[in-house]
Design a protein around this ligand. Structure first.
Ligand SMILES: N[C@@H](CCC(=O)N[C@@H](CS)C(=O)NCC(=O)O)C(=O)O
Length: 221
């Protein structure tokens, strides 16, 4: 069974759990984190799940981040790499239609999400959910809100005349961006209408894997 370390409210962990569900892979999740625990974020005094600073964890993942995967001795520590591993080994049909061009375009959108969206969403979740009111910085929140809207305009454009990011069928390329955009929409910040993006979200929300691992509000708010 595929072994994972992470936490259900980590967007990077959610990507992996979504991919496992799409590819019908059995997994076991060990709760792990330096920043979050059962009672919330360390900034409000909560104890983290831990594990990530142990020598054995650092030997698998020297970054001390989550998620980490051990699939029968194959150890990986980046959610994009883990999703790509699950896709090629267990779900080539579901996750990239067995087509090399779909695989590459999906990977492109996964990398784009990590580089362009994730740092902004990290600021938003810290400012809106995890920091205590005294620790918050409204100016940082406003900058991140505006930049997120600019970045999402690329998704809105890409989805013109296309149902999914890598083409007309669902692929692994929809997973990281789909989870992040779901969190963004839950924040209910001021934003312009983006009909292509909203219709794409509605299509993703119909998927059972999304309902299991992404939809629950407590994984975001
Ligand atoms: N690029 C990495 C980023 C890993 C990362 O920063 N993970 C976050 C959670 S989404 C983390 O480890 N946060 C601190 C913690 O929970 O200890 C990936 O995609 O897996």
């Amino acid at each position: 069974m595929l072994k994972l370390w992470g936490r259900p409210n980590s967007i990077c962990t959610q990507r992996v759990l979504w991919a496992c569900a799409e590819a019908d892979v059995e997994w076991h999740l060990e709760l792990a984190s330096a920043t979050m625990g059962p009672d919330g974020h360390v900034s409000s005094g909560a104890a983290p799940y831990g594990h990530v600073n142990s020598n054995s964890y650092r030997a698998m993942n020297p970054n001390g981040t989550v998620p980490t995967m051990d699939d029968d001795g194959v150890i990986l520590w980046d959610s994009i790499a883990i999703v790509a591993h699950i896709a090629t080994k267990y779900g080539p049909q579901t996750l990239y239609n067995q087509a090399p061009d779909v695989f590459s375009r999906s990977l492109q959108w996964m990398c784009w999400t990590n580089e362009h969206l994730e740092p902004l969403l990290h600021t938003l979740v810290m400012e809106l959910v995890r920091l205590t009111p005294e620790q918050r910085n409204p100016a940082a929140l406003e900058i991140a809100r505006n930049k997120t809207i600019s970045e999402l305009a690329l998704i809105e454009q890409q989805l013109t005349g296309r149902a999914y990011l890598a083409g007309d069928i669902f692929s692994m390329g929809d997973i990281p961006a789909g989870a992040t955009v779901h969190r963004w929409l839950l924040f209910e910040l001021d934003r312009p209408a983006m009909p292509n993006l909203e219709n794409w979200q509605a299509r993703l929300q119909d998927r059972e894997a999304f309902q299991q691992h992404i939809a629950p509000r407590q994984f975001h708010l």
